[in-house]
Structure formats: structure tokens, C-alpha cells
Design a protein around this ligand. Structure first.
Ligand SMILES: Cc1cc2nc3c(=O)[nH]c(=O)nc-3n(C[C@H](O)[C@H](O)[C@H](O)COP(=O)(O)O)c2cc1C
Length: 155
């Protein structure tokens, strides 16, 4: 199985920290969504990764979810956000299921935020994602994304 991470990270590079962790640990190719030009048919596991901005996934990620031919692909969302809610993940599942993907799942990772009023408190979710968050993401990858053969060889 061939994996690709398609990501956006604009606030504190929180998402990028998780991207770098996954690429290093599992040797996954990662590309920025803003200049995405890959042939998606080459990949089996499509891992979208983004921060949450004003109650939405990043727009360029959303556009790719809408426009890429994802039928029969395994599609995943890993998002960082200040609030630990899974509504973004649930909305993603609803959106992606309409494209007849063969599997979908999501994971949330807390991310440091100094946007708007949070600046007054020197930010929320300080030091996140931390080592514990990254280990949880590694577990998510192993349990939901990696195929049986990869599990033996990676990590
Ligand atoms: C403009 C802006 C809007 C945000 N809106 C939300 C939001 O609606 N809900 C939330 O939980 N976090 C929100 N956040 C916090 C980010 O989702 C969080 O800091 C995330 O980890 C940023 O990822 P990044 O550093 O990879 O860009 C917002 C941050 C910014 C800068």
C-alpha cells in the first residue's frame, strides 16, 4: 500500500510537527495541499492533515477532498485544533463517504493556539502537540492506516 499525506499548516506549524513525525517514523511522502499536483491514482492511503481555521478545515484541503477522484481509496483526516471536539472529523466522514471511498477514519490532535481572544491568555493548548499526542497519532496510523505487511516492517 502506498501512502501520501496532503497537508496545510499555517498558524504555529502544529500540523507540520505531526506531519514531520509521521513522515520520519513511517517514511510517508508528504505534500502541501496548496500546490498539490500529484497523480492520486498512484496512492492507496490518502491522509489529509490540517489545522482548523474558523470552524473549518483549510479551504485548499476541502477543495481537494471535493475534487480528487477518491473512489475506492482509503481516506483519513488528522487535524489539529484548539478545541477537542470530533465534529470536524464526523463532518469529514459524512463528506468523504459520498465519494464511495473504501475506508475512512479520523484523529484529532490538540494544537497550540494564540488566535483572537486566546492571545490574551498567552494561548491555549500550550506545548501541543506533545510527545504523548504524537504517540497517539502513531497508534492511529498503525491501527487504522497501515496494512498488515507494513505493520511488520515499519515503526
Ligand atoms: C484563524 C484561526 C482560526 C482558528 N479557528 C479555530 C476553530 O474554529 N476551532 C478550533 O478548535 N481551533 C481553531 N484555531 C486553532 C487552530 O486550529 C490550532 O492552533 C491548530 O493547531 C493550528 O494548526 P497549524 O499550526 O498547523 O496551522 C484557529 C486558529 C487560527 C489561526
Amino acid at each position: 500500500m502506498k501512502d501520501i499525506i496532503i497537508y496545510v499548516s499555517k498558524h504555529h506549524q502544529n500540523t507540520k510537527k505531526v506531519v514531520d513525525f509521521l513522515t520520519e517514523k513511517f517514511h510517508i511522502e508528504a505534500v502541501n495541499a496548496e500546490n498539490f499536483s500529484k497523480d492520486i491514482s498512484q496512492y492507496d492511503n490518502i491522509i489529509f492533515m490540517t489545522g482548523i481555521y474558523a470552524f473549518h478545515l483549510d479551504e485548499s484541503i476541502n477543495k481537494l477532498i471535493e475534487n480528487l477522484p477518491l473512489e475506492n481509496k482509503r481516506c483519513f483526516l488528522i487535524y489539529t485544533s484548539a478545541m477537542d471536539v470530533d465534529s470536524f472529523g464526523k463532518a469529514f466522514i459524512k463528506q468523504i463517504q459520498k465519494k464511495n471511498v473504501s475506508k475512512c477514519a479520523f484523529a484529532h490532535v490538540p494544537g497550540f493556539c494564540t488566535f483572537g481572544p486566546f492571545k490574551l491568555f498567552k494561548g491555549v493548548r500550550k506545548n501541543h502537540p506533545d510527545a504523548n499526542d504524537l504517540e497517539k497519532v502513531a497508534d492511529f496510523y498503525q491501527e487504522e492506516i497501515a496494512d498488515e505487511k507494513s505493520k511488520d516492517n515499519r515503526g
